[in-house]
Design a binder for this molecule. Structure first.
Ligand code: MG
Length: 329
């Protein structure tokens, strides 16, 4: 069997720039891959790099795709080095999707957390998302002085109906003192704060561990565990909290799945603003892990990101139509 390989880059402006501790993010760039076999069956995959999380850049991913042979057979299949994790994910997904003609059912909206805008804007942004069915919200913190953000948090929690859960994400942007302020406040809100994500930078593992041991509010690692090797290292160093898994940038989905099956961890599968192709891969992975690990904690997916992206056809579940909207390089 021989295969034909094609790729098409995309660039999508966010409806509203995304503010995080890493800076302002205005465009989502990535690449759609298409692999077709001799019988005309196509498989689509997506490369969605996130360089400030340590992945390849869009330019490096394009350079890699440009030197993949247009035609290849299983025997002379190419290797993808681990410094190209987003490419690894995209190619493996494309091969898995080969000939796939029906998509998995969508999960219910309540099974996705919705990303609120940073800062005070969150106070008015949650209502339409609640009306859509979201019950878990995520809010980026660590950009304004801690006292100011804690006052917004109090207002937000006073507004949110009971049954709503909030995830806080500091992107590693707090210092130790402000992390204590945040966690004190989160503990006082009892279980309404589901967890706080990466309060301190990845190089402060021991301080993160101390926080996790001291407070009731769970702490999730995100920036600390962007590669599978980092995930394994933190697991074996005894991290007691949650792991955020940005599957589209962690590398091989099959290796990730195997690790999760061998070492059931408390995890959240999370988006890096993929098109429908990457998004479906994340949903498939979640459904598969939940089926194979029925006793593991099931947390809602960090996928409520579509309201941040334009209606440009790249969320179309008809992947051939999605592909046709893009131009070759
Ligand atoms: Mg995060």
């Amino acid at each position: 069997m021989t295969y034909t390989f094609e790729f098409r880059p995309y660039r999508r402006p966010f409806r509203q720039a995304i503010e995080t501790h890493h800076g302002t993010w205005k465009h989502r760039e990535g690449i759609i891959l298409k692999i077709t076999d001799d019988e005309g069956r196509a498989g689509f995959g997506e490369v969605a790099p996130l360089p400030w999380f340590g992945t390849e850049t869009q330019a490096q991913a394009i350079a890699f795709c440009s030197q993949v042979p247009r035609r290849f057979s299983r025997d002379n299949a190419f290797t993808i080095l681990s410094n190209l994790p987003a490419c690894k994910f995209g190619f493996e997904t494309a091969c898995q999707n080969m000939g796939r003609d029906i998509h998995c059912a969508e999960l219910h909206t309540r099974q996705y957390s919705a990303l609120l805008p940073a800062g005070k804007a969150a106070l008015s942004a949650w209502t339409p998302l609640w009306a859509m069915g979201h019950r878990t919200f995520k809010w980026k913190i660590g950009m304004a002085p801690v006292a100011v953000e804690l006052a917004w948090l109090s207002q937000l929690m006073a507004q949110l109906p009971l049954g709503a859960k909030l995830r806080l994400d500091a992107n590693g942007g707090l210092d130790e003192l402000s992390a204590h302020h945040w966690l004190d406040q989160c503990d006082r809100l009892a279980h309404r704060i589901e967890f706080i994500e990466q309060p301190l930078p990845p190089n402060q593992f021991h301080h993160l561990l101390k926080l996790a041991q001291r407070y009731k509010t769970p702490i999730a690692l995100d920036e600390s565990v962007t590669t599978l090797d980092q995930l394994k290292a933190h697991y074996f160093r005894g991290w007691p909290g949650i792991f955020i898994i940005k599957a589209a940038i962690i590398g091989s989905p099959s290796r990730l799945k195997q690790f999760c099956l061998d070492h059931p961890i408390d995890l959240v599968i999370s988006s890096v603003f993929e098109t429908d192709i990457g998004r479906q891969a994340l949903i498939d992975l979640t459904v598969e892990l939940e089926t194979l690990l029925p006793n593991a904690p099931h947390r809602v997916l960090g996928l409520g990101t579509q309201q941040w992206l334009p209606n440009d056809g790249l969320d179309d579940p008809d992947w051939e139509a999605l592909w046709q909207r893009l131009n070759p390089l």
